[in-house]
Design a protein around this ligand. Structure first.
Ligand SMILES: Nc1nc2c(c(=O)[nH]1)N[C@H]1C(S)=C(S)[C@@H](COP(=O)(O)O)O[C@H]1N2
Ligand SMILES: [Mo]
Length: 333
């Protein structure tokens, strides 16, 4: 594993590693993990954190196990506690496995996501189908802790493992017509029982403006808690856009297209009066049927729920607000 120097566009040191986590990490290191010690800039001394990896799935291929072991550790962008692995993997939205929160965990067990191919096309060099391992070749995996805020007003804090989407896109030299990036989930009703219903138009699709896609916070995740993505979290490849409502973070991606026009997206096309294309987290714009001022941070307590204030851009305003200077923040987009 490696420790990386934080760049200017990454979280400020003030947001980094509470001491307990740092101490836990020291313990982890003393327990035998070898980490090269690098000189870190002043104030970032305790920046790198490691989560204790959760046991890997026996079907995860060797190439991914190796890559996950080599993940780079970043400073924690959030100081809140991590949502426990059990909650992250048992309370999910993934309608391809059913609409209940526990359906994805219950029905995802048989889903084997390897080998996996992703089509990259549109205004790019070398449009083609790529094996996941080839798509990621040469791009360092990073561990990144992000808040995930669902439009339904619950949230989690998740240690993802992935690569910046920008690093993948840059390999394809997007042309000047590439103004948006469109994403598609696998459409395979044999493997996704939810797709046997016509609840929505399959496959699930999502999109970003090109500057959002190239933003350093935007991640293509292949793992969480130091292991490969469980099926219910979007194995083997999903988007994570931490300043937007969770539905933008499309799961089980098989196609990435660089396109000229704003692509259709699943939720904004199903209910345009409730969900916009941008879907930036905003406590001042309520959903027509509920308030967005607060969110329920999972896991629930035994007798209580943990309600906290929702923050503009999910707390990432410092990093992303400049992309939306022209937008009126009192409106839904
Ligand atoms: N393909 C697909 N992607 C999806 C969804 C879905 O139903 N299908 N649900 C979205 C919603 S509403 C949320 S909140 C997040 C949930 O991610 P998680 O289950 O890993 O917490 O996934 C998003 N990505
Ligand atoms: Mo969501």
């Amino acid at each position: 594993m490696q420790i990386r120097i934080l760049k200017a566009d990454e979280p400020s040191p003030s947001e980094i590693t509470p001491e307990a986590v740092y101490v836990a990490r020291r313990r982890l290191l003393c327990a035998g993990l070898s980490v090269p010690t690098l000189a870190l800039p002043a104030g970032v001394g305790a920046a790198a954190t490691a989560v204790q990896p959760v046991a890997e799935d026996s079907r995860t291929p060797q190439w991914l196990r190796e890559r996950l072991k080599d993940r780079r550790l970043l400073g924690r962008p959030v100081s809140e506690d991590l949502t426990p692995f059990d909650a992250v993997t048992s309370y999910n939205n993934f309608y391809e496995f059913g609409t209940g929160k526990d359906d994805p965990a219950a029905l995802g067990g048989g889903f084997v996501p390897y080998p996996w191919r992703v089509r990259v096309d549109g205004d790019v060099e070398r449009p083609a189908n790529y094996l996941l391992e080839d798509l990621l070749k040469g791009i360092a995996l990073e561990e990144r802790v992000y808040r995930l805020r669902c439009v339904e007003a619950w949230s989690m804090v998740i240690p993802w493992v992935g690569v910046p989407l920008s690093a993948v896109l840059k390999r394809f030299n997007p042309g000047s017509r590439a103004k948006y990036v469109a994403f598609e989930t696998l459409h395979d009703p044999d493997r996704f029982p939810g797709q046997r219903s016509n609840l929505m138009r399959w496959p699930y699709v999502e999109g970003l403006r090109i500057d959002e896609a190239m933003h350093p916070l935007t991640l293509l995740a292949v793992g969480l808690y130091g292991r490969s993505l469980p099926a219910q979290n979007g194995a083997p490849l999903r988007l994570v856009v931490p300043w937007k409502y969770g539905f933008k973070s499309i799961k089980s991606i098989v196609r990435i297209s660089l396109v000229a026009n704003q692509p259709r997206t699943t939720w904004s096309s199903m209910a345009p009066s409730e969900y916009g294309f941008y879907a930036n987290v905003n406590p001042d714009v309520d959903h027509p049927r509920w308030s967005q001022k607060r969110e329920r941070r999972l896991p629930n307590g035994f007798f209580s729920q943990n309600w906290i204030e929702t923050r503009l851009f999910n707390g990432y305003a410092e990093q992303v607000a400049s992309m939306y200077r022209g937008l009126d923040l009192r409106k839904r987009y």
